[in-house]
Design a binder for this molecule. Sequence first.
Ligand code: ADP
Length: 311
Amino acid sequence: RIVVVGSLNADLTIYCERLPLPGETVHGNGFAVNPGGKSANQAVAASRLGADVRLVGAVGDDSNGEMLLSSAAGAGVDVAHVRTASAETGVAVIAVDASGENNIIISAGANGTLSPADVAAAADVLDGAAVVTLCLEVSTETVLAAAQAGHDAGATVVLNLSPYAEIPQRLADLTDVLLVNAHEASQFLGSAEIPGSDADAGDWEAVRLRFAGRGLQRVLVTLGANGSVVLDSLAAPDQQLVQIAPVKVNAVDTTGAGDAFTGAVAARLAAGAALADAAAFASIAAALATTRKGTQAAYPDEDDVKRVLAA
Ligand code: ADP
């Protein structure tokens, strides 16, 4: 089973021609409230792909909380360990302009109350976990407690370093697989240049060594429409660097693509797949997620991915 410990947010999205400047008011041309939050998205993505997923988190006693619980449960996620807090449900207020550029403000709300005590209260599910999936939308001490519990249970600890924040070395040491986009990778490595799509293996080799130098042995770097790269210092020498070709799709909404990728990696690792195979599968799942509008509602199931694999 997969245990996802982290955030649930209501995404409040307003669409506009252009984003307002500070102090300016602009007219919008549409508004939507959707289930979101990195951890909830990752849990739904993994469950849609057939994994047994338990979500540990917190929501408020309000309509956004109800929406989030019903979306996750509707996708098959076990939400028994999502606590109802006295704070309001977390929200992300998102403005999207005509070119797809966005501005996002997140208010943690109930997510900010998630603590090591919640991790301890979920010991029954964490004990049987094959994979524990974490992100940085809840407090570092909570993430650290969950990583430790996953490690102690013999689970593979997957950390999505997003939204980027500095992490204690202890958390890096407890992480079995780090998942980052190019931006987060470069922030983690200290404003290093992350190779572009025309990079050769030597450029990536240098990046692999820098991650290893920071205590991260297995890293997946996602590159949007350019695919992804597996950096695995623990693999055989000819497998330490694997570049996953992009899956060509007609993308209409890339929101939550990274979460679809993370959830799919977790699902495949829990099913016993090797890291590079999990990444190849995830790149198809994430590409399919961009072909439909929305986040959780756009995530593919196992048959959708298998159809692409067979084509
Ligand atoms: P994030 O959403 O966290 O910024 P990326 O933009 O790197 O992360 O996207 C995550 C993954 O989603 C990519 O590695 C890729 O597999 C898939 N993806 C994203 N955008 C596209 C796209 N336009 N076409 C195909 N796949 C995409």
